[in-house]
Design a protein around this ligand. Structure first.
Ligand SMILES: *Cc1c(COP(=O)(O)O)cnc(C)c1O
Length: 327
């Protein structure tokens, strides 16, 4: 209902989703992929290795920077099992580039009667562009483009528990469900409960943006973050203020552990420049606090990105600083 897909299946993570799709549709057959999309996600998820594991024969087309639709169509044979597109979710190729859009790939797949699988990875259900951030392809957009199967993580931009969703045409999803691997890759009750709660919020996007911690942090307006900075500064005791130089500074929030490469989001940070101890020592003491407070260090200043601090945690930080300064 949220994605607009005919059918869907939940597995352990997106790696499992990709493996299952390849194993079902391209085992012993060829899977065509652009050379620019043979990505490594990390944690030893490397597209060529996953393809090898699934028994799909990798057919690379195009070049690192340019791939055309004709590269795909020329590579199609009677052994072709699927056309695979992988979202370059953790790196960027810029400059003299050419990629084939999903719609064009879908048209080619339809014409030649070959399923198109899109490994979207990040799993955005709300385009960050709506909040002034860079565009990220959404699941709904992929379904609308007519893709046969799209796979994505439920713990990246979706903001849910670890999991992977396979969504798309019923005909193909049903085929995946029948694969014996599906039982090995299926999720437990706890994941289903958490994922259901996460997805229910998306029925009302405004609610999702307010209540989902990932979305709330990612889409928090700068004014709210600045307000939080002011609140923290006003709560720090004069004794602590006498021992460190405290100010609000601009900065960039790094999003998504690599899911949005090079797309820092402007933020406001609290800069702490202690006088008696160095920044490393202050950061260590903050981590030793109960609860631990993790900060960044830049140019011998301790920085707290207030985007990732809840309003009800501001007091905790003020108290921690007071304790550190009085010890
Ligand atoms: C993150 C990602 C994966 C792996 O997903 P997990 O849910 O971490 O297993 C696979 N492909 C792409 C494109 C990704 O971004």
């Amino acid at each position: 209902m949220i994605t607009g897909a005919e059918s869907a299946l939940v597995v352990n993570n997106n790696a499992a989703a990709v493996l299952l799709a390849l194993d079902t549709l391209a085992r012993g057959k060829e899977a065509i992929i652009s050379r620019s999309q043979l990505v490594e996600i990390g944690g030893s998820f490397r597209m060529p290795d996953v393809m090898a594991r699934s028994g799909a024969l990798l057919v690379e087309v195009g070049t690192t920077n340019k791939t055309y639709l004709t590269d795909y169509s020329n590579a199609i044979t009677e052994r072709t099992g699927l056309l695979l597109k992988v979202h370059q979710s953790n790196f960027k190729i810029v400059g003299f580039t050419e990629t084939v859009g999903l719609k064009d790939l879908v048209s080619l797949g339809k014409e030649r009667n070959i399923p198109v699988v899109y490994d979207l990875g990040s799993g955005a259900l709300i385009d960050p562009e709506r909040f002034g951030l860079p565009h990220e392809p959404t699941v709904q957009e992929s379904i609308k483009a007519g893709v046969d199967i799209v796979t994505f993580s439920t713990d990246k931009l979706l903001g849910g528990p670890q999991g992977g969703i396979i969504a798309g045409k019923k005909k193909w999803v049903d085929l995946l469900k029948k694969n014996p691997l599906t039982r090995a890759l299926r999720v437990g009750k706890l994941t289903i409960a958490a994922l259901e709660a996460t997805l229910r919020l998306y029925l009302d996007e405004e609610l999702a943006v307010k209540k989902n911690p990932v979305l709330a942090m990612m889409f928090a307006p700068l004014e709210i973050i600045e307000e939080r900075c002011k609140k923290l500064i006003s709560k720090i005791t004069p004794e602590a203020k006498a021992l460190m130089n405290i100010s609000t500074v601009e900065g960039l929030s790094e999003m998504g552990g690599g899911s949005l490469p090079g797309e820092g989001i402007p933020t406001k940070r609290i800069s702490l420049l202690p006088e008696r101890i160095n920044a490393d020592e202050l950061a260590t003491r903050l981590r030793g606090n109960t609860p631990p407070i993790f900060a960044r260090i830049e140019q011998d200043r301790v920085l707290l990105d207030m985007r990732t601090v809840y309003d009800n945690e501001v007091d905790t930080i003020a108290v921690a600083l007071e304790n550190i300064c009085s010890s």
